[in-house]
Ligand binder design. Structure first.
Ligand code: TYM
Length: 339
């Protein structure tokens, strides 16, 4: 196996540059990434190979890829400590993904709820094969780095189980090659729901105006979206699993994820208050998070060459590890080494 670059256990995670990053991406993923970066050897990639499972405009994809990397850093990822890179800059991801695709049973792939949801919205004949094979690529991302921990939102849990199953299958057939990763999800904010439809997950590809707060939203716009969030006709402000109270529960969960306060403390803070107060407080704490993030984002986008140099160093560090693992997997599977 590849020797770790430092003695800390590895972390790998990624976000698709397929739209505007939302507070769901921040609370479910980025915030955890920042929290683990001093205890782990972290690799954070912008997963552009995943993004092309849906049609992308080429210029827009390039722009979003840089924007996403800059958001990682603006959110608190320190490129001196963690490795930030672009997935397609390290060809080993595609190469291992093919090998894993060949050993991924269709039955496992067909069971993936994300595939079922996404493909249900398209005509059967036009669904790209990449959408089905997507979890094998995600498994390659993780296994190439021998990641022990993968910080993600709730919707990626099943893909992590798939990754473990596939790694076990490979190890069983060809000998110990891959490390089995564990999933890490946050206590609050692992599944942030749409503000306009709190029974559906907040998504960066949903187009309706008041669905999501984007990390780069103008602050007054972000506030407005939260003030317009769907609630209910009750009055009491408390956490609840009831479907009809999903809107208030979502706002409380966002508040909990941002402030880190306990549920009991939050419920007593809002006792006797109205939904207007709840929305105002949620908007205040979200805006207080976005403001410095946007400040750093603008600063680093204005620093000519900075982002590209981070991504260059990231690519080199990532490729060195990924290529070693790929070589080992190729050898195990029986590919003739080039002379
Ligand atoms: P993606 O791009 O859909 O989302 C990126 C991360 O954000 C989390 N997330 C959310 N968390 C809470 N509430 C939400 N509403 C919400 N929406 C998104 C996701 O769980 C994810 O952690 N397949 C992955 C990207 C990926 C990856 C990987 C992740 C590719 N390779 C390897 C980890 C390791 C995806 O599509 O995430």
């Amino acid at each position: 196996m590849a020797e770790p670059t430092n003695s800390k256990p590895r972390v790998l995670s990624g976000i698709q540059p397929s739209g505007n990053l939302t507070i769901g991406n921040y609370l479910g993923a980025l915030k955890q990434w920042v929290e683990v970066q001093s205890d782990y050897d972290c690799f954070y990639c912008v997963v552009d190979l995943h993004a092309i499972t849906a049609e992308q405009d080429p210029d827009e994809l390039r722009r979003k890829t840089r924007e996403s990397a800059a958001i990682y850093i603006a959110a608190g990822i320190n490129p001196e400590v963690s490795t930030v890179f672009v997935q397609s800059h390290v060809p080993a991801h595609s190469e291992l993904a093919w090998m894993l695709t060949c050993m991924a049973p269709l039955g496992w792939l067909n069971r993936m709820t994300q595939f079922k949801d996404k493909s249900a919205r398209q005509a059967q004949e036009s669904i790209g094969a990449g959408l089905l094979n997507y979890p094998s690529l995600m498994a390659a991302d993780i296994l190439l780095y021998h990641a022990e921990l993968v910080p993600v939102g709730d919707d990626q849990r099943q893909h992590l189980e798939f990754t473990r199953d596939l790694a076990q299958r490979f190890n069983h057939l060809y000998g110990e090659t891959f490390t089995l990763p564990s999933v890490m999800t946050p206590k609050a904010g692992a599944r942030v729901m749409g503000l306009d439809n709190p029974t559906a997950k907040m998504s960066k590809s949903e187009e309706s105006e008041n669905h999501a707060v984007y990390l780069l939203d103008d602050l007054s716009r972000a506030r407005k979206k939260i003030m317009r969030a769907v609630t209910d006709s009750h009055r009491e402000i408390r956490f609840s699993d009831e479907r009809e109270r999903a809107g208030v529960n979502n706002l409380l969960t966002i508040y909990q994820a941002v402030t880190g306060e306990s549920r009991a403390a939050i419920e007593s803070h809002f006792a006797g208050k109205g939904y207007g107060d709840l929305k105002r407080d949620v908007a205040d704490c979200v805006v207080a998070t976005l403001e410095p993030l946007q400040g750093r984002y603008n600063e680093l986008m204005n620093e000519a060459g900075y982002l590209d140099s981070v991504l260059k160093v990231g690519r080199e560090k990532a490729a060195a590890i990924a290529e070693d693992t790929l070589k080992l997997a190729q050898e195990r599977i029986g590919f003739l080494a080039p002379s």
